[in-house]
Design a protein around this ligand. Structure first.
Ligand code: URA
Length: 239
């Protein structure tokens, strides 16, 4: 990979800036100043430093965001603010997209990445990755409704949803529901509850697989996911 490409891919600087940094001797490759920004580097092996600070190579990045309400799960939009717009400069790089969509009014855990293979695997129902949501309903979910969700909802249109796991975190409050699903169809959770006569007033995603939202992140904040944490997405699944 060219040195300037490496620099831009790691979100260090633009190509133009890379050229200036190289000329000024600020970049070193394996301890030697890199005079030319078109020199070839091996990102996996070479030690590349800028101003004496080593740049750890990341082929892909994985970001956890606590998505606020009112923001689109999309990379770009002409009018509305997107989750990518919320990212701080240090987390930005080309090719980032949200792995799966949350509705505009849904809050909570959103994974943003530039790794299409990862996103595909995470979202594929075949992987069986459970996504955990907490839903606030307008009325209590009946035993019958709970059993329906657990069996797998079949809508009048013939569309069907896979069986969900359903729990009530508060013993007596059946408007507060934890629901886990392996698919990610359009408005899936809302439509599942609607089929039981309940409207979802608030929806928050708490986990994807065993990866839980970092409660230290305020709404709108984001941070990198470590490689250890990333494994939790698929831990316990039949992938
Ligand atoms: N199901 C929904 O209905 N909305 C979401 O945002 C996610 C799952």
């Amino acid at each position: 990979m060219r040195l300037d490409k490496f620099m831009t891919s790691q979100n260090i600087c633009s190509r133009k800036e890379a050229s200036k940094l190289a000329k000024s001797g600020t970049i070193t490759v394996n301890g030697k100043p890199a005079a030319k920004c078109d020199m070839k580097v091996d990102p996996e092996r070479d030690i590349i430093e800028v101003g004496g600070k080593r740049i750890e190579y990341r082929e892909f990045v994985y970001i956890m965001m606590n998505k606020p309400s009112g923001v689109l799960s999309a990379s770009t939009d002409k009018k509305a603010k997107t989750v990518i717009d919320l990212l701080p400069d240090e987390l930005r790089r080309r090719g980032l997209f949200p792995a799966g969509r949350l509705d505009k009014d849904t809050t909570g855990l959103l994974i943003i990445t530039d790794d299409g293979g990862f996103a595909h695997k995470m979202l594929s129902p075949k992987s069986g990755v459970y996504k955990l949501y907490r839903a606030a309903l307008d009325k209590p979910l009946s035993d019958e409704g709970k059993a329906k969700l657990e069996r797998g909802v079949v809508l009048e249109s013939g569309e069907s949803f896979r069986p969900a796991r359903v729990r009530f975190p508060g013993e007596s409050d059946r408007t507060d529901v934890l629901v886990e699903i392996t698919e990610g169809r359009f408005h899936e959770v809302k439509r599942m509850f609607a089929s039981c006569g309940c409207e979802v007033e608030k929806l928050r995603r708490l986990a994807v697989g065993e990866l839980f939202l970092d409660e230290k992140l305020s709404e709108g904040e984001a941070r990198l996911i470590s490689s250890e944490e990333l494994k939790r997405v698929f831990s316990g699944q039949n992938s």
